[in-house]
Ligand binder design. Structure first.
Ligand SMILES: O=C(O)CCC(=O)C(=O)O
Length: 283
């Protein structure tokens, strides 16, 4: 399994990340990583935790049809190894121009064939207790992904709009957003704007091992998995460093082991126990 990116992160990749707020990188993870993570991801369908859609046509008996689950790396050695030993952290550091990055959290998204579980348009920062630009998410395709199988669609440049949209969880819950974030404006239903020439929508057909890396304010969403036979599995890992500061909780989202009082608002949350450094440039 490769520790470093299989291909150099180019100046063109960095420019695309900065300008569009997202970049698609091909083939940076070897087949062993994909096989290992796909097996561990699919095994999560049999676990009772996470946010699940049950009883859809595509689900095997007794299994969730869609699963969204977070923080696996804090309790599962395979996901932990991916965070610490795969090239994911280095990829984000190079795109953000940082000498080191810390692990924020990991998240798994599975949608079985034929599952109605669109990912609503959103951007990530309003869900989190952080401020700053230097948080990047690596969304790694573990299966083939197209727009029809719920591939992500991004709005190029939306990370520069100066907007914060109200964070709405996949399964709406009373009290999810705290008053400050609840007052943010509603994120528009951008699929109704697909024909609008003022917007540049970005989507990719991806193979297992391709990844998307996005800025915390880049707006994105995904449709249902309309395929009759293709499962869609993606592992999203998030890393931060550089200009990030603690904002305080905007929603009930909390990284296990962290608490609001542990961090000073406006200061870098450099707690090695909760947010360990997982990649550092060679001296
Ligand atoms: O995979 C999905 O449907 C959602 C992914 C996402 O929103 C993210 O990784 O930030």
């Amino acid at each position: 399994m490769n520790r470093s990116p299989l291909h150099p992160i180019t100046d063109a990749d960095i420019r695309t990340y900065e300008e569009d707020g997202v970049v698609c990188l091909r083939g940076q993870f070897d087949a062993d990583w994909i096989a290992r993570m796909l097996a561990e991801a699919v095994a999560q369908l049999d676990q009772p935790d996470g946010f699940r859609v049950e009883g859809e046509a595509g689900a095997e008996a007794g299994r969730a049809a869609a699963l969204a689950k977070s923080h696996m790396a804090r309790r599962n050695d395979t996901f932990k190894a991916f965070v610490e030993e795969s090239p994911a952290a280095e990829i984000t550091a190079r795109l953000m121009g940082l000498d080191e990055v810390r692990f924020f959290y990991d998240q798994l998204f599975i949608k079985e064939p034929g599952t109605h579980a669109a990912t609503a348009w959103h951007h990530d920062l309003p869900f989190w207790p952080l401020d700053g630009n230097h948080v990047a998410s690596v969304w790694l395709a573990l299966t083939p992904v197209t727009k029809a199988t719920s591939g992500l669609v991004y709005l190029a440049g939306s990370h520069k709009w100066g907007k914060l949209y109200r964070p709405v969880p996949a399964v709406p819950r009373e009290g999810f957003a705290f008053p400050e974030a609840d007052a943010y404006e509603e994120c528009p239903q951008f699929h109704k704007e697909f024909g609008n020439p003022d917007h540049r929508f970005l989507a990719w057909n991806m193979e297992p091992g391709d990844c998307l890396v996005h800025h915390p304010l880049t707006v994105h969403g995904a449709g249902d998995n309309a395929s009759s036979d293709q499962r869609r599995v993606a592992l999203s890992c998030r890393f931060f460093g550089g200009d990030v500061t603690w904002h305080g909780q905007r929603t009930v989202f909390q990284v296990p082991g962290s608490a609001d009082e542990m961090f000073e608002v406006g200061a870098f949350p450099g707690n090695d126990d909760v947010f360990p450094v997982v990649w550092r440039a060679a001296a």
